[in-house]
Design a protein around this ligand. Sequence first.
Ligand SMILES: Nc1ncnc2c1ncn2[C@@H]1O[C@@H]2COP(=O)(O)O[C@H]2[C@H]1O
Length: 187
Amino acid sequence: MIRKNEQLLNFIMQLAEKPDVPGAIILRKLDAGTRLIHQGEANGNVYVIKSGVAKCLFTEESGKEYILAFLGEGETLGEIEAIRKLPTICSIEALTPLCVYKISNVQFLHFLETIPEFSRILLELMAIRLSDISLKGARQQLQPISELLPRLLSALEAQQIEFTKKDLSEYLGITLRSLNRALKEEK
Ligand SMILES: Nc1ncnc2c1ncn2[C@@H]1O[C@@H]2COP(=O)(O)O[C@H]2[C@H]1O
């Protein structure tokens, strides 16, 4: 449920230490609850999570929120704006204290164009995201909450993080009321 990408994390850690890219990759720390990326705005940087967990939050015009994904170590944030040259598609908020590698959009695109291994890892990460988001959407359409919830709860047990009921309902795309009802039926 929390996505991670060890390959990218290892790659960025090594790249950040290379003497020929001084200052191109810098570390930034954020407190839990801080918004790193604001939906619809130009952000100008791409981030790779070094430690901690962030939520990827889409807000509708009506104000309704939907959590697209929980992202952990080695996941990228902000690459869609850099690649597509369009405003960010959703917001990113730190769920726990977060430490990220920060790379400017220009530098990120330069790495993509000049380091084949970096492009390969990024392409694979995007393919994994596409399949994950497609399967999440399909399951939410096909399966009732009574089937989705136990699976989510057992995945959560393995994590050492406190998720609020609000986070869970926004991840499942249901109201808090429906979540509470389903939790009651679970017992
Ligand atoms: N379905 C998703 N799964 C994982 N990360 C996502 C998803 N959708 C958006 N993001 C991330 O959230 C970021 C918001 O800013 P960008 O649109 O620039 O880039 C986006 C991605 O890095």
